[in-house]
Design a protein around this ligand. Sequence first.
Ligand code: SF4
Length: 379
Amino acid sequence: MKNLSVYVHIPFCKSKCHYCDFRSFENCGTDDIEEYMGDLIKEMDFYRDLGKTYVIDTIFIGGGTPSMVSSEAIAKIMERLRKLFFFTEDPEISIEGNPDTLTYDKMDHYHKLGINRLSMGLQSDNRKLLKTLGRIHSPEDFLESVENARRIGFDNINGDLMFGLPGQSLKTFQHTLQWIAKLDIPHISAYGLIINEETELARRIDQRIIPEPDEDLEVDMYDHLREFLPGKGYQHYEISNFAKPGFQCRHNRTYWENREYLGLGLGAHSSMGEKRFFNAEDFKSYHQLIQAGEKPIAGVEVLSTKERLQESLMLGLRLTEGIDMNYLESLHGITVEHSLLMKIQEFKVQGLLKNDKGRLRLSSSGLYLSNSVFREIIG
Ligand code: SF4
């Protein structure tokens, strides 16, 4: 039996954050939510045959805000997955939530369902910045959620942070890091803000209601982050992720190690063997396909061996431990093409990539410019 990671998408949010361009929707009615959750269960049934060859090793219930829906609806998902699949002995089962909807009772129910990892959005401990981002919780709400989660028995907790925010100073960010480090949660993800077109944040910056973030300052914040969290015992193991020993996110490592995963729900992506496929991105098509007895797949791509190697390289470089090129070649059964080796060499000369103990990895400056490096690799 092979290991499988499963992602389940719950696309509902209490209100839309100003920077968000994820597939998430606010103000959805109870009937719409119920219909979607019912469709999700039906979608799982289409994959029952996979249960003959795969065991589930990780599950990530993400969104959106999964804590928006009832814990009974989450229970149905877990029950169906357990009915269709065997699980590994010690699966990692994560759920995302926001402090405004993560009640004690919901978390308690999750824990009883075998969910053993909580991922929560803090973004900042600064009220003004939370308002700028359109977040509807306070830092105290986050603190209360962490305390409740611990009382219930969760020891694997992630907190999401953002930096490079409009009006955020280095000092404010330093304060946020000190604030979260005191909580001693074992995992922190910290993302530089990306201003996506057609978001409320982009509109406000455009209309000069809020200032445009300063790119140089964002680099200083990233530098500080990379120095501060390791000083508090967190290992910087991926571009944006930091973990105490034993708490790296196994589910996300599946993506970075280019292993197989099944995505369920609106717009979810899957990677099985050489096939990459994704689901319909609008509720109507997703619902109609499922009701018609079909998988709600909107697109399929079959990658060549060369494309899979490029993909593995690009994803593996996200990990700070880098990637063993010999292993990569043996994994895919081909040698790295001359043109790709030339690109890698060029990045080494530019100081963006380096060889370290037989592994290729991003250098410090490469971490800032990772997206340009990745674009060239798959280009
Ligand atoms: S909670 Fe997350 S998914 Fe929902 S609107 Fe905010 S950023 Fe987007």
